[in-house]
Design a protein around this ligand. Sequence first.
Ligand SMILES: [Zn+2]
Length: 421
Amino acid sequence: MEPSRRIRARRAASFASVTALTLAVSTSAGTGGLTSGSAGPTGPSRAPAIRPCILQGQTGLQMPEGIPTPTGYARSTGVVHALNLMIDFSDAPGRGSALSRFAEFFPKTRNWFTTSSYGRLDYRPEAPITHWLRMPKTFKEYGIERGAPFDPGYRRLIQDIVTAADPHVDFRRYDLLNVLVTPNAGPSALDTVLSVTFASNPEAPVADGVPISNASFIYSRQDDGSGSYSRNGYRVLPHENGHIFGLPDLYTQEGGSAVGHWDVMSEDWGADNDMLAWHKWKLGWLDDSQVGCATTRGSTEYTLTPLARRGGEKMVFIPISSTTGYALELRTRGGNDAAVCRPGILVYRVDANVDTGEGPINVVDSRRDSGGCTHSPNVQAELSDATFVPGETFTDPKSGVAVTVTGTTGSGNYRVRVTRH
Ligand SMILES: [Zn+2]
């Protein structure tokens, strides 16, 4: 059984209607609030040199790769307060303590965000209710399959969670909600992954005057039986919370073959992985000064520092149009990247006109049909050796772009030469 092929069943539900969002945001004034404005770098004045690389997302997409992320999602930098509620049902009573369910995800998820964001996201998980919150209906009665907030079952469930928690929780204090469902409710993750996120949802039920519009629901355990659950099983939560910060799914109907294990929004089973530099820039974890925008005709040299290491230039972006371009970054083993088997320059195409789950990002495979270089369970193998190493060149004749990895430096950085015709 290959779980990654089943993850495709899961999806992010986002309803970013502009008019409705205005309403949702205006109700969340004050401290925190489960809709806290826009994510990522949005400053009014950005240097002219970087602007051609700030891809514009098409309006009307659910979750575009464009920058900035639309308003309504949770803030992705600074202190973010995450409310965690552990729920169970009379037909699926929680086994063990609710706090042990919480401990499956924390502090690992907080640490993952600290590492990936270079300390820019200070993720504060809180569990003000330390016992299982028993829902008034059975799990079966809610009819949870894969949900959208318009499904009556989900509306009912969210409303019942709010009602049960409200006497003990001030929802205004929080930026997002994680519902950690008892793992014995519903099918095994090997059969169907039910975990889902409702992000930027203006139709959400209201608690303490704020709509619960950014909520991740985590079901079952992503345990493939390899014995890795205690190390890696938490990784569904960074993925689901990624949606809360406005990131789209990178896996497609074909599974993880578009991006492989290079981003947690592509694969959240198996060994730890990080996020693409494009996503880190979108989330505000990289400054404009850490991005080289390659617009000049002729050849330009850049030096990239490992993405896993704090500081330095992390991405070169080569814009092809106002909505597409190629990104280059240096991936090595380190930080959240535990399974990199061929360190080198990763090249991928970003298309801000392609929606979540339809392949907005595609990694260029430097070694097609090689079978890859990893045997790590649940790591998409073929793209694991997709990187370009010194002496290798990527060319896209159609757009007149060539990228050559010209060498390394003593400190582990890589040099690349970008040529535009
Ligand atoms: Zn997802």
